[in-house]
Design a protein around this ligand. Structure first.
Ligand code: DAK
Length: 256
């Protein structure tokens, strides 16, 4: 039950921590189900403005639980339908920051890639080692990684299974920021605080338009952007934000 922990370190900020150190935070069914529950719950919670997802100091997550799938049949894997659990994360409309210390491997790297921002400690390592187990990534590793870093860098990681360090991951666009190992959570909190103070309807529109837009033709994506832009003029926070600027005072956003 305590393999995934949820807390509220500050108003508006939720912190989810994977806490299965003895198995290097491997994602078994229980961990995935609990992650899905928490993300589903937080999606509906109006008080939550930003979610931080983290693991331990040495391992963010070492991927799917190999012991739980080693002897599975193809039908077992199909019936487990773990993509439904991942969908609870991808469907979450709130901004998600992955705070990554140590290893993010396989499903762990895929989990981090479901976040909107990745803050990595300088010793963090990212990899898709599935190829060494005779499989390929099954939760977006071939697709999200390629979209994030491009074909040739993704292929190198996917075809060799070799992990890369935080600096290289930053250079290729896989992480948003690299900070000292002991600064990861602090930096994630600072960013979450900044995001939590901004108008949530506009924040949600940024996330929705960026994610939906990257998989459709540019003209359609620009149309989505225009519509989101227009619709925000129906929000009280747009009026507040612009009036506050003109009146030279700090805005008070209400999320409406
Ligand atoms: N699964 C299960 N147990 C794991 C594990 C994992 N991924 N990673 C580590 N453990 C366990 C070890 O077996 C060991 O257990 P005991 O021997 O104590 O019982 C314990 O955690 C400590 O591990 P080590 O002794 O190996 O610890 P080290 O610190 O020396 O090494 C390590 C840490 C993370 C470098 C190493 O454990 C390692 O290489 N782990 C495997 C990493 C890996 O190959 N990850 C990819 C897994 S495949 C799907 C979607 C996605 C996926 C699958 C399906 N669908 C939608 C269907 C994803 C697949 C994957 O992620």
């Amino acid at each position: 039950m305590n393999e995934v922990l949820l807390s509220t370190p500050e108003a508006g900020i939720a912190l989810i921590r994977i806490n299965r150190e003895e198995a290097r935070n491997a994602l078994n069914d229980a961990v995935r189900a609990r992650l899905a529950d928490f993300f589903g719950q937080l999606s509906e919670d109006k008080e939550v403005r930003c979610i931080i997802l983290t693991g331990g100091s040495r391992v963010f997550a070492a991927g799917a639980d190999i012991k739980a799938m080693a002897e599975a049949s193809a039908i077992d894997i199909m019936l487990r339908a773990t993509h439904r659990l991942w969908q609870a994360i991808t469907a979450c409309g709130k901004p998600i920051i992955a705070a990554v210390n140590g290893l993010a491997l396989g499903g762990g790297c895929e989990l981090a890639m479901n976040a909107d921002l990745i803050i990595a400690g300088e010793s963090a390592r990212f990899g898709q080692p599935e190829i060494k187990l005779g499989i390929i990534p099954g939760a977006g590793g071939t697709q999200r990684l390629t979209r994030a870093v491009g074909k040739f860098k993704a292929m190198k990681m996917l075809l060799t299974g070799q992990p890369i360090g935080a600096a290289e991951a930053f250079g290729m666009g896989l992480v948003s920021e690299v900070v000292g190992d002991d600064q990861v959570l602090e930096r994630a909190m600072a960013l979450a605080r900044e995001i939590a103070a901004l108008p949530p309807l506009a924040i949600a529109q940024v996330k929705e338009v960026v994610l939906a837009g990257q998989d459709i033709p540019l003209e359609a994506a620009l149309m989505l952007e225009r519509k989101a832009f227009q619709i925000l003029f129906a929000s009280a926070d747009q009026k507040e934000g612009m009036r506050a600027f003109i009146e030279k005072r700090p805005p008070e956003f209400k999320g409406i």
